[in-house]
Ligand binder design. Sequence first.
Ligand SMILES: [Zn+2]
Length: 341
Amino acid sequence: MVNVTADLDERLRRPGRTGSVRLGGTTVTFVPDGAIQGRPGAWLPDSTDAFWTAHPEYLDESGHLVASVGGLLVEHGDRALLIDAGFGPHSVAADPETPNGAMRGGALLDNLAKLGRRPEQIEAVAFSHLHLDHLGWVPQTSPDTGLPVFARAEYLVAEPEWAQRAALEAAGTPKEALAALARRVRTVSDGQEIFPGVQVRITSGHTAGHAEFVITGGGTRLIAFGDSMHSPVQADHPEWSCVYDHDPARAADHRRRLRQRGGHGHRSRSGPLPSGPVLKERSCGTTAQLRSRTHVRPGRCRGGSSPSGASWPTCGSQAGRRRCPGPRWSGRAPSRPARRR
Ligand SMILES: [Zn+2]
């Protein structure tokens, strides 16, 4: 017999693996690049040592939180969009002067190849925000051609994030990455559709111009929420902002909104996408019902609607009832490397 609880706990403390979900004619796949460790009390300063002692399931064997880094591949027919571009081919040892443990990337292109995708087939790379662990492959060039890795891609950045790039550079985003972006950047605005069924939503908080992407297909809505969360524990404690959040109060408010959308799920990465910064809503768009292992929050399905205009009536169910499929929590965000990212 499979020990489900043990499996879910194990997922909390290891890097995410490749995983896909079909949304009608669209396939969404988490493509791992690497992982970043974080010291729990440093990443989440409002947490306590007593909490981590009581909840070791969130920590790896060295006592760190573990955050995946990677990209989210969105395929629709022959077309391909990538959301975020990993940490890149770098490895950084743990530095006790920072909130981070060890950081490593470099697997993104190999994992894309395993999925049958070459980076030059990516028509656009959309960024949730401009921290280094989301644009690590942007300044890289192909050893075969000398061209940028994403040779044909536009770089899509939310307008307010691009406007803040000088401040981001001062906080640690490398100049060469921003210069590489600038050559092919296209700014996008709140509500804009950037790919079939993919809509931008500006969600300032983690950074001044942070964005999430709402992916709709087959009656299902997936929210790629970037760094609005850094650990699954924030589903139970949305008030715990990350040390890297630009506006902690605003970031916490957005996590509460995400939790309201993420009903009928487990706090862990238990959905069809076993990893990555993704929240899934299904069918009725049930609200306010994220279920943790320790409690079920009551709430009533109120129906929902998609960015494309589709809507679902209420199914009338309460949290936890099986007949309402509800949205499903299925991931957590990667975090960033040294300094303020
Ligand atoms: Zn970030």
